[in-house]
Ligand binder design. Structure first.
Ligand code: CTP
Length: 225
């Protein structure tokens, strides 16, 4: 299929931020949506670069991807995306980067007892991670690239439209795919539905269906623009 893009970058899965050598901060993303989006683009014969965090193993390898890059932290994900970004590229940020990281990673396992001055419990000091889409948008603007399109996701537990629109603006992106999530919905294997927004509002709704079907319809929609 003819495409106005030379390359599609799809990011997928959660990132991890290490507290000590055996503990990390992460989230419940499985990588399933990003995996199926990457697969759907490949079936349109476009080069796909698949950049993934710690997905479930079955979502870590995408057959016939031009390149597969495995990352662990949000900063590594940011660096990999910036490295791959170029003119005539479509970036689909389906990854769920950890928003915060510990200000330092302990060299040794933190022990429950014997911590100096320790009371019960553990206070963790976190700092904010970079917003990858925001940084990519700034980078694209600086380069003056007109055809380097960014798509984000907004997984929300309430006020989907409000947050989706805010994220469109804040991250300087072209499209946002919104969906509701909870412990039982939106994450992992369950069927869900998504709404595609641009600055004028909802443009399309897909689902409820499996993530595989949603990914196919989403890619079809993006290719038709
Ligand atoms: N994202 C990003 N960089 C981050 C966090 C998220 O680029 N540090 C991207 C995600 O890949 C997704 C979009 O931004 O495409 C929205 O992610 P989400 O976690 O919903 O938004 P946040 O900006 O982290 O806002 P909040 O957690 O406050 O809802």
């Amino acid at each position: 299929m003819n495409s106005k893009y030379k390359k599609i970058i799809v990011t997928s899965g959660p990132t991890r931020e290490w507290i000590d050598p055996v503990r990390y901060i992460s989230n419940a993303s499985s990588g399933k949506m990003g995996f199926h989006i990457a697969k759907a683009f490949i079936s349109h014969n476009i080069d796909v670069v698949y950049i993934h965090g710690n997905t479930l193993e079955k979502y870590a390898y995408v057959d016939r991807a031009k390149k597969i890059i495995s990352v662990e932290t949000t900063i590594q994900l940011r660096d990999a995306v910036l490295e791959e970004m170029e003119e005539d590229t479509l970036l689909v940020m389906a990854a769920a980067p950890a928003d915060f990281r510990p200000i330092m990673t302990a060299e040794h396992k933190i022990k429950k007892d014997n911590r100096e001055g320790a009371k019960k419990g553990l206070l963790l000091e976190l700092e904010e991670n970079p917003d990858i889409l925001q940084q990519v948008s700034a980078f694209v603007k600086e380069k003056g690239w007109k055809n380097a399109v960014r798509i984000g996701f907004a997984a929300e537990t309430r006020d989907l439209e409000k947050y989706a629109k805010e994220k469109l603006e804040k991250k300087g992106i072209d499209w946002i795919i919104g969906n509701y999530v909870s412990q039982t919905e939106g994450f992992g294997e369950k069927d869900s539905s998504v709404r595609i927004y641009n600055r004028s509002g909802v443009v399309k709704e897909i689902g409820p269906s499996s993530k595989e079907t949603i990914a196919k319809e989403l890619v079809q929609f993006l290719m038709s623009l």
